[in-house]
Design a binder for this molecule. Structure first.
Ligand code: ADP
Ligand code: ZN
Length: 264
């Protein structure tokens, strides 16, 4: 009697099995080669998120990057002020929070960021998020947003470190260009009283003091920052995202910009 297993391994069955094994191997190899190629082509563009206390110089550094490196900047604070000055329904809602130095709810600010990114990610430019995310909730929403809608971007986090006292001193003298398109930031120290005209050096518009740069509102903003920033940095650490840092205490904006250029 012929063993049934021997008859199974003979002839066409054996050939069929060999072909099936080769096909399976080729499919497996193709799959891995494919996903490898995808990983290499994956995120090639960068979104920087600047973290730092109010007055740490996020906006000033972002503007230098826009002017000199061709980056794009989204300042969520500017976006809020822009909506407020237009008097839109959204603007009215935003003002309830910003005038007190409180944070705008995560969902509102995140959907504004989503909308802005949808309109500003059609080119190759590096993006700076200046003032977003500010809470762990916003950070989680940002990661989801990138993963689901902007997977061509890699997120890099930069923290600008400074003490509260230095912030209060800086903001007390902060002036801002009144032109919304420009928005350059200055300090009263840059102008000699009675001699220099406090006009914008870029666009000659008058300089103004921000509504929320009054000392009591600044102190409230610093309090809010202290309450939320620890949770924010913990969130990134837990997500395995490195936080790059620049110590900005006592540094002029061009020194901070030099440190940033070395880093990127
Ligand atoms: P600063 O960082 O100096 O406080 P900003 O111009 O970045 O100033 O923000 C001004 C105000 O706009 C904040 O106090 C807050 O009310 C609102 N705002 C800006 N960004 C956010 C954000 N990511 N989440 C919540 N509120 C925000
Ligand atoms: Zn200006």
């Amino acid at each position: 009697m012929v063993c049934p297993c021997r008859s199974f391994w003979s002839g066409s069955n054996l050939i069929f099995l060999v072909i099936a094994l080769i096909t399976a191997f080729l499919a497996y190899w193709q799959f891995h080669r494919g996903s490898g190629a995808q990983a290499a082509a994956a995120p090639s563009k960068v979104i920087f998120a600047f973290l730092g206390a109010p007055g740490s110089g996020k906006g000033t550094l972002a503007k230098l990057c826009v002017d000199q490196l061709g980056f794009k900047q989204l300042s969520t604070g500017d976006l809020c002020r822009d909506n407020i000055s237009k008097g839109t329904e959204l603007g009215k809602k935003l003002q309830e929070y910003t005038s007190k130095g409180a944070l705008v709810p995560d969902e509102i600010i995140s959907s504004m960021v989503h909308e802005w990114l949808s309109e500003n990610t059609r080119d190759e430019k590096t993006i700076i998020l200046d003032g977003f995310p500010r809470t762990a909730g916003q950070a989680a929403l940002l990661l989801d947003l990138i993963k689901n809608h902007f997977p061509q971007y890699t997120l890099r986090i930069l923290a600008l470190n400074i003490s509260d006292d230095a912030v209060v001193e800086r903001i007390a003298g902060r002036l801002m260009c009144s032109s919304k398109e420009c928005g350059a930031i200055y300090n009263t120290k840059q102008f000699v009283e009675g001699i220099d005209n406090p006009l914008c050096k870029r666009c000659s518009s008058p300089l103004i003091k921000r509504e929320d740069d009054r000392e009591e509102v600044v102190r409230e903003r610093l309090k809010v920052y202290a309450q939320t920033s620890k949770a924010l940095t913990d969130f990134f650490k837990n997500a395995g995202i490195k936080i790059e840092e620049i110590n900005v205490e006592g540094k002029e904006s061009d020194q901070v910009f030099d440190a940033f250029k070395k880093m990127i």
